[in-house]
Ligand binder design. Structure first.
Ligand SMILES: Nc1ncnc2c1ncn2[C@@H]1O[C@H](COP(=O)(O)OP(=O)(O)OP(=O)(O)O)[C@@H](O)[C@H]1O
Ligand SMILES: [Mg+2]
Length: 419
């Protein structure tokens, strides 16, 4: 190693892509992440004293899909993220420890780490992350990169308008030559969680009891719309946050399997003519769903009819046109020419087609519009991770790593090297 530049590229870099739904993690150079772990943890207080590694004072954490399904009367499900950024550093540290040990079976001090961040991450949080990874996890080198930039790379672009629809928000982020144009970022709080909430309201209005599979001990096979006959698993009464989280998972299943974005603005007749889809709940209750399949996701593209959503909240099309409008005239054609669609919620069937249609009517005729969305839903869900995987294995990137030596010599100022 010379001049503080990290030269340890013989071992694989590890890529961490954090979101409100999950942390995607795996090795650079690979096609997809090794693991996807919820960024919501089970948190409870332990009265007994012991020196278990998951023990911080009296707080205990249940991490990953199976452990958070455990029902405890005092376990709350808490997200470690807020507004796209890491909020609870203690929980993040536990999650990272677990990830290295249980999911990657790797030592943090052996692998450089590339972490994604949302485009509006703050300096204070970046510094905190740098400090945590160098001082607690002893990583040999690190880099922090904007998730929108990485999603553009994953789609073969260094200039693009990146539309990311995740769990908690949808954003339009202009990227030019690998840099985010910060003043052009536009976002709305309508993402997958909002769709889940709409589904929940719909079923509650129909008096359909939502019971997660992990609470159902047995159920009878019944006819459509018949009252379900099922028995509840014995055990303690869970907390409200746990129940909400498990119901969210059940509704996400409905979202993925039944919902579809209408290819033109919602029309009752078109929606009624849509083929029905059958859905069975864990209690055995089942029904065919028709127009609601288009009606619920319509709010993403036209929030004007949704109760409780302010007029200032933009649909996906206007997010993009507003964002482009805030960028320099010279680069607008290249942004409209590369609209990259990414994020789990963009996997809703018909999402890209509708965006194409809404934008086509708004794009100036002189500009070519091109929507770029990966074919498979996993490539769309893992866009930022895949971009990180590609970037970390480029020869030209190796000089970009922030090495431990640089950190020790210069401190947090080295973060200026990360765009
Ligand atoms: N195949 C699918 N069809 C429809 N929705 C999907 C599909 N796969 C994932 N989703 C939805 O995508 C959302 C999660 O997206 P993603 O993994 O991009 O979120 P995140 O990056 O963790 O969260 P955020 O961007 O808010 O921080 C969830 O609401 C989930 O229901
Ligand atoms: Mg995201």
């Amino acid at each position: 190693m010379s001049g503080g530049v990290y030269g340890g590229d013989e071992v694989g870099a590890i890529i961490f892509d954090n979101g409100h739904q999950s942390l995607r993690v795996g090795y650079g150079g690979e096609d997809s992440p090794k693991a996807e772990i919820p960024t919501s943890l089970g948190v409870w207080e332990d009265a007994t004293e012991n020196s278990d590694s998951n023990h911080v004072g009296k707080k205990r954490y249940n991490i990953d899909v199976t452990a958070i399904q455990v029902r405890r009367k005092d376990m709350e499900i808490v997200s470690l993220m807020k507004d796209g950024m890491i909020e609870d550093w203690d929980m993040f540290e536990r999650l990272a420890e677990y990830t290295y040990k249980q999911r990657l079976h790797a030592l943090s001090e052996h692998h450089p780490i590339l972490m994604t961040e949302c485009p509006w991450n703050t300096r204070v949080k970046r510094e905190k992350l740098l400090e945590l990874m160098f001082e607690k996890f002893n990583v040999p080198a690190m880099y922090i990169c904007k998730n929108a930039v990485l999603a553009a790379y994953a789609n073969g672009r260094s200039t693009a308008m990146v539309v990311d629809s995740g769990a908690t928000h949808t954003s339009a982020v202009p990227v030019h030559d690998g840099y985010v144009i910060t003043q052009g970022i536009v976002k709305s709080p309508l993402g997958g969680d909002f769709i889940t909430m709409q589904c929940r309201q719909f079923f509650e209005e129909k008096n359909i009891e939502l019971v997660p599979a992990c609470l159902v001990a047995s159920k009878d096979v019944i006819r459509e719309r018949e009252a379900p006959r099922w028995t509840r698993k014995s055990g303690s009464q869970p907390t409200a946050s746990w129940l909400s989280y498990m119901i969210r998972e059940l509704l996400q299943d409905f979202q993925m399997n039944c919902l579809q974005v209408s290819d033109s603005p919602y029309d009752e007749d078109v929606a009624n003519a849509l083929p029905m889809k059958h859905f069975e709940f864990p209690t055995g209750y089942n029904d065919d769903y028709g127009s609601v399949r288009l009606m619920i996701p319509e709010a993403l593209f036209d929030p004007s009819n949704v109760k409780g959503v302010g007029a200032s909240i933009l649909g996906v099309g206007p997010l993009v046109t507003t964002s482009v409008g805030m960028c320099d005239m010279d680069i607008r054609p290249s942004l409209y020419g590369s609209v990259v669609v990414t994020g789990g919620n963009s996997c809703l069937q018909g999402f890209s087609d509708r965006l194409n249609r809404d934008l086509a009517t708004k794009t100036p005729p002189s500009m070519r519009l091109k929507i770029i969305s990966a074919n498979s839903s996993s490539e769309r869900r893992y866009g930022a991770w895949i971009g990180g995987s590609i970037l970390s294995s480029l020869g030209s990137f190796q000089q970009m790593w922030l090495s431990r030596q640089e950190y020790e010599e210069s401190g947090k100022i080295i973060l200026d090297k990360c765009a």
